[in-house]
Design a binder for this molecule. Structure first.
Ligand code: FES
Length: 179
């Protein structure tokens, strides 16, 4: 009888693995819930205000912008260049461009006669100036073509294209409407 193996006895020992796993899980759930509750006011404060939502889109009339001219409007505090391109300017922009950030012109416009770009240099954020047939950044000399593609650095990439759509032949809306 002395050799008889003793059966393990179930106890409420806190070192019981199953109980320990449950306690660990429960503690984690409570901690996570507390963390979300603590950060919610902060996260909530990051939601756009009513003013920001109201300015989420900007409408621009294309009437009066002659071929070859650029109109600059403001959208969410950024300059937007609306460029009415001439036939010859469209023709010379076809293809992927000559710069180091190749991109098809047709992928950068919704209509070939209108280029819409964010007028902020992709290097350090200066506003490029229109000079003859290019945009020239006065800060460090970057140059962009008539598709907004970078030809000369230090700008690392092409001018950004904002979300926009034509709502009629003479009007575009820039930005996405918030729901
Ligand atoms: S900010 Fe335009 S080239 Fe530097």
């Amino acid at each position: 009888m002395a050799d008889e193996k003793k059966k393990p006895i179930k106890t409420k020992n806190p070192k019981d693995p199953q109980r320990r796993d449950f306690l660990t899980l429960a503690t984690g759930v409570v901690a996570s819930t507390g963390a979300v509750a603590a950060t919610w006011p902060f996260i909530s404060s990051m939601n756009p205000s009513t003013d920001v939502l109201a300015n989420a889109t900007s409408e621009a009339s294309l009437k009066g912008i002659r071929a070859g001219e650029v109109k600059t409007i403001e959208w969410q505090g950024k300059p937007i260049f609306i460029f009415h391109r001439q036939e010859k300017q469209i023709a010379t922009m076809e293809g992927r461009g000559e710069g180091f950030d190749p991109e098809n012109d047709s992928d950068r416009v919704k209509r070939p006669d209108w280029l819409v770009v964010v007028g902020i240099c992709t290097h350090l954020g200066c506003v490029p100036l229109r000079k003859k047939e290019v945009w020239f950044c006065p800060c460090h000399g970057s140059v962009y073509d008539n598709s907004g593609r970078v030809l000369v650095g230090p700008a690392p990439r092409n001018l950004d294209i904002p979300d926009y759509k034509f709502i009629d032949p003479d009007t575009i809306v820039i930005g996405k409407e918030q729901v």
